[in-house]
Design a protein around this ligand. Structure first.
Ligand code: PBG
Length: 335
């Protein structure tokens, strides 16, 4: 951004002149939120014909696969380019080695196949991380109380492969192990899956704003209060986020993500400025809950606040936003 010529001062310069009319405000508008910017994260659960609410995310549901395909169809009709699928795995399938993560017939692989079949025009993105499948709730495998980096990577590669083979077009590693992007890229390429994209959760912070997501997955119980801060980043660090992103790009990421969104707009801005990569913000569950509960208490106008928040991500430099508001935002943008 060039700073522009020095501004002559008041009264010759009146910033309000441009803001007088609706047409002039439209002409000077710098950023526009569009439906092409939206990625819809959706929760999938086992069973049939069931849609279960998530109490800490009012308005968000977990869908069985039959209803998931209908919901994804609605997203497609609204013009949303892609969905991100998250499995809710029942406790009896969770183990300390998270083997279910690389079962080619697990819930997420079945969901991928069903969605790709029903809606071939919509992009399917899936997390790679062990937490939905892990009896201790961590994103990696615990050895002697430590999340074991390299052993976890081997499991993540197998998980990425079964998801890609099921038809997932974008593998999104959200685990924050060191070196996983390069290892997953190699594993995919060696299996002839070089067309599969990687969207790296490159700068993912150890955040309190994931609370409602962990409720949705029932993974907070498994974690038993343990934190993820030996692998997710310290919220105080910005330069370190740039180092993380640089590594993921070097290892072969096609797209990079900053997560959460709202408290990290500066990081999004720096990442986009520095690397010029396709850059995404994850407007996470806690951010959704904050706005939703405030609106339900009549403290703010929900629709206006939602569009303002999503536009803020664009202004910061995001090319797209993963948001639980995707369907509602798309509907508002249509009108
Ligand atoms: C799993 C994962 C998390 C989220 C996305 N993938 C939670 C976590 O890392 O604990 C959070 C998404 C949200 O809060 O909306 N690795």
């Amino acid at each position: 951004m060039a700073p522009g010529p020095p501004a002559p001062s008041f009264p010759h310069t009146r910033m309000r002149r441009n803001r007088q009319y609706d047409w002039s405000r439209r002409l000077i508008r710098e950023h526009r939120l569009g439906v092409d910017d939206l990625i819809w994260p959706v929760f999938v659960q086992e069973g049939d014909n069931t849609r279960s609410p998530i109490p800490t995310m009012p308005g968000v549901h977990r869908y069985t696969i039959d209803l998931l395909t209908d919901a994804v169809g609605q997203a497609g009709d609204l013009g949303i380019p892609a969905v991100a699928l998250f499995p809710v795995v029942p406790a009896h399938r969770k183990t300390a080695d998270a083997q279910e993560a690389h079962n080619p017939d697990n819930l997420i692989c079945q969901a991928i196949r069903a969605v790709r079949d029903a809606h071939p025009q919509i992009g399917v993105i899936c997390d790679v991380a062990l937490d939905p499948f892990n009896s201790d709730g961590h994103d990696g495998i615990l050895r002697d109380g430590i999340v074991a980096n390299d052993e976890t990577i081997a499991a993540l590669c197998r998980q990425a492969l079964v998801q890609s083979q099921a038809g997932c077009q974008v593998i999104a590693p959200s685990d924050m192990m060191d070196g996983r992007i390069g290892a997953i890229r190699t594993a995919l390429d060696d299996a002839g899956r070089e067309a599969t994209l990687i969207m790296a959760y490159a700068a993912k912070f150890a955040s309190a704003f994931y609370g409602p997501f962990r409720d949705a997955l029932d993974s907070s119980g498994a974690l038993k209060g343990a934190s993820k801060n030996t692998y997710q980043m310290d919220p105080a660090n910005g330069d370190e986020a740039l180092r993380e992103v640089a590594l993921d790009i070097a290892e072969g990421a096609d797209m990079v993500m900053v997560k959460p969104g709202l408290p990290y707009l500066d990081v999004i801005c720096r990442v986009k400025d520095r690397f010029g990569m396709p850059t995404y913000a994850y407007n996470v569950s806690g951010e959704y809950a904050m706005l939703e509960f405030a609106a339900r208490a009549n403290a703010i106008d929900r629709d206006q606040a939602m569009l303002e928040m999503l536009t803020g991500f664009k202004r910061a430099g995001a090319d797209g936003i993963l948001t639980y508001f995707a369907l509602d935002a798309a509907r508002l943008l249509q009108n």
